[in-house]
Each structure stands twice: as C-alpha cells, then as structure tokens.
Design a protein around this ligand. Structure first.
Ligand code: ADP
Length: 443
C-alpha cells in the first residue's frame, strides 16, 4: 500500500503537469498564430509571456521578416532602376518570353510598331520572317543573333535587330531582349561608297582601254603609217589628259572631304578671285566664241574661307557654263551681299551670293536635285565629249558644305541655267546696315 501511494501521487503530479503544459501551450499557440498573422504588417508585436524558448523563436522570426522586407524593398528599387534604363534607351527595345510573346517594351518600341498589347506574339508586331526566325533561334537556346532587314512602313528603312538571351528568366517571364537600330543612313553610305568605287574604276577603265588599243595598233598595223600615228597620238593625248583630270578631281574631292569638318580659317575677297577665274578661262571660252562678263558691285564684304577651294568652285561653274552654254553666247558672273535664311532653317544670315549664268540648253527639272551627286550627268555622252569628269558639281557641293554655304540652281530648258553660290560673310567684316533691304536682291 505504502508502495502504491508514492506511485499514485507521482501519476497525479504528472497528469497535472501535462494538463498545465497543454493548457499553457494552447494559450501560447493561439497568441503565436495571431502574432504570426500580424507579421505581414509593419509593427509586429512582442508576444508577452512566450517563455524563454518561444521568445527566442519569436525574435528570430521578427529578424527574418525584417530582412525579407528590406530585401523586397531593394528588389523593387532595382526593378524601377531597370525599367528607367529600358525607358531611356533611344532605340526600340522589346522583351520576349519563351513563347515569343512580348512581355515588355520601351516607349521607342511602341512608337516604332504601335501599341503593344499584353503578351502578343512578336509576329503580330514585326512580320519579317528573317527576324522571327532569329528570335526563334535565340528562344531555342542560341545566345544571340543579329539580322538586317528592310521595313517599308511607315517609310522605306533598313533595320538591324539584335536578339540576346537573358542570363536567367526575369520574373515577368522575359527570357530574351530584342533591340532595333535604324541603319538606313549606314546602308546608304555603304552603297554610295560601293557605287563610287565602281563608277571611278569604270571612268578610268574606258580611257585606259582606249590607250592600250591605240598602243597595240601603233605597234602593229599602223607601225609605218605616219599619218595614222599622228591622229592616234592626238587621241591618246586627249585620253591621258582625261585620266589626269579625273584623278585630279578625285584627289580634290577626297582632300576637301578630309577637311570638311574643320571650318576654313582664311579671309577671301571674292571680286579679285572671280576676275582671276574669268581671265583664266577666257581662252577656253574664246574657243567656243563665248565671252565672260563680270557684273560685280563696287564693294563686296569678305568671306571666311579657303581661297584655293573657292577658286575651284568658280572654275568648275565657269567651266560648265562654257561646256554646256550655246557657242557664241555670253556667260555672266554677278555678285551681291544679302540676308537669307539658310536652307536648314532659322533667321536670315548675311551671305554673299555669286551667280554664274549661261545661255544654253538648260537642265530638265527632274535632274536638278541630283546634279551634285558624283558622276551624275544629264547627258553622259555630251559631258564626256566636252571633257567632263562628272565630279565638278560634287566638288562644288563639298566645298560649300565646308564653308557652310549652299548652292541654288535655276534652269529653264532651251534658255539656260543660273548656278548661285551662297557664302557666309565674315561676321566682323560686316558694315552696319549692310543687309538692309537686301532680301529681295535678284541675282
Ligand atoms: P561634268 O564633268 O559632267 O560637267 P559636273 O558635275 O560638273 O560634271 O556636272 C554634272 C552634270 O550637270 C553635267 O554632266 C551636265 O549634264 C549638268 N550641268 C552642269 N552644269 C550645267 C550647265 N551650266 N548647263 C547645263 N547642264 C549642266
């Protein structure tokens, strides 16, 4: 009995203790549930009476929550930064998910392809098959692809698309980024370069082939024909002179292009330059029974420029007037100071305008915009027959670009042409009131 009693007492104590612990735990668990629910909020409470064990867990939980909240805020900041960077990219940029759907785009892309609805297939925005194939290749695992393609809407343009895989998928599902660059100007420049080399080679090959042909004839059939020799040598001389002119013009053009971005530093008085130019071509004009008439005002403001380049401009214009003017007519050179808005727009600026006027066949209107292109000729056979290289007006245009001036051409078929060069007056040379009432000057 005595042995039973302590056991009973022990059992009762155990039951009471267990009851107490369960009751205690039930109370703490309810408080913990409530407190954990409140963790999502800003001010999670302390749990009173959590005991040493529960209190420790609670404090660890609080620390964990705080650090998660900070990390979430940091991630939001980084996301905003990334979005700001994407928005600031000037080229169109589109984010694609693994199924080629658009999951994001910057404003430039929206301007480019119109409004981009959520999760549309890329093909609904850009239909080019080569571009879509490149996108598919990247989405299937390739690191990046670049593809050039043409787009006709809203205007003809050449584009280069770059598609690259992201290092890891973004939260919005983006796995690749597509950027578009407008390379129309680049392609045009490449094409012009290729055309120029082809044209220059062709222009040189023709006289060279003719020279070789004559040399072979002189070595063979015409070996003892002194009359033919004289005739052929004259033609060979003309062909060699043509090649020399062509090489001279090509060198002049490349020299001007090299310096085009450096403003010319000298000061040039145009009247003496024009008189010298007219005198130098008097003989050539005389060969076609033509005269050069100078109609210059008593005073002309100086212009900032390169004398040699400007001499070349007027020589080329006069040379053309002699080549394409009617034999027996006069060529007039007029000059005037006037204010004119520059072609790129803006307020009127003080210019000196020099006009070279001829009486000849004139130039049909449709050719006018292309006259200053290299090797562009209205009538190639006539230009060649007159010794033209097709580069004269290209040189004029580049020199005027160098001088921040410009050229205007007026022509009436069957009557003649006026080529007017506008050159900027030197700022400090301009007398007060010089420009007044000059806007309507007719030259
Ligand atoms: P070219 O050496 O052939 O004269 P340019 O570049 O000087 O080359 O001129 C280009 C073309 O413009 C000429 O081939 C000619 O058809 C036309 N042209 C230039 N000046 C005149 C002019 N004064 N009258 C008529 N046509 C002209």
């Amino acid at each position: 009995m005595l042995a039973v009693r302590p056991a009973l007492i022990g059992g009762a104590v155990l039951v009471a203790l267990t009851g107490f612990v369960i009751a205690r735990f039930a109370v703490t668990a309810a408080a913990a549930r409530e407190a954990i629910a409140s963790l999502a909020g800003e001010d999670a409470p302390e749990i009173a009476d959590a005991g040493p064990f529960g209190g420790g867990i609670w404090r660890a939980l609080l620390r964990l929550t705080r650090s998660w909240r900070e990390r979430a805020l940091g991630a939001e900041d980084r996301l905003e930064d990334a979005e700001a960077v994407i928005a600031a990219v000037l080229d169109p940029l589109i984010l694609l998910d693994g199924r080629r759907r658009i999951v994001g785009a910057n404003a430039a892309a929206e301007r480019f392809v119109g409004s981009l609805g959520a999760r549309r297939d890329l093909a609904t925005a850009l239909r080019n098959p080569a571009l879509l194939a490149a996108a598919d290749a990247v989405l299937q695992g390739e690191a990046e692809r670049a593809v050039d393609f043409a787009d006709a809407v809203p205007q003809e343009r050449q584009l280069r698309a770059h598609i690259a895989r992201l290092k890891r998928p973004a939260l919005d599902g983006a796995v690749a980024v597509l950027t578009l660059h407008d390379i129309t100007a680049l392609k045009r420049a490449e094409q012009q370069r290729a055309d120029f080399i082809a044209n220059a080679s062709h222009e040189l090959r023709t006289p060279l082939a003719s020279l070789i042909g004559f040399i072979e004839t002189l070595q063979g059939p015409a070996r003892d024909d002194s009359e033919a020799q004289e005739r052929f040598l004259a033609i060979m001389h003309e062909q060699a002179a043509r090649m020399t002119r062509l090489v001279g013009d090509l060198l002049a053009l490349s020299a001007i292009e090299l310096n085009e971005h450096v403003p010319p530093g000298g000061r040039v008085a145009l009247a003496p330059l024009l008189r010298e130019g007219a005198a130098a071509l008097e003989l050539r004009a005389g060969e076609r029974d033509m005269r050069v008439v100078l109609d210059l005002p008593a005073e002309l403001p100086e212009i900032a420029g390169n004398r040699d380049e400007l001499a070349q401009v007027f020589q080329n214009l006069l040379d053309n007037a002699i080549k394409y003017g009617r034999a027996g007519t006069a060529i007039t050179i007029g000059a005037v100071a006037l204010d004119r808005p520059p072609p790129e727009g803006g307020p009127p600026l003080p210019f000196v305008a020099v006009a070279v006027r001829d009486l000849g066949d004139g130039i049909p209107r449709e050719h006018l915009p292309r006259l200053t292109e290299r090797f562009y000729r209205v009538d190639t056979a006539r230009s060649r027959a007159m010794g033209g290289t097709g580069l004269g007006l290209a040189i004029v245009k580049h020199v005027l670009n160098h001088h921040r001036g410009f050229l205007e051409v007026e022509s009436i078929s069957g009557i003649g042409s006026v080529f007017t060069v506008f050159l900027r007056q030197r700022a400090e040379e301009r007398p007060a009131g010089m420009s007044q009432n000059r806007n309507n000057a007719v030259i």
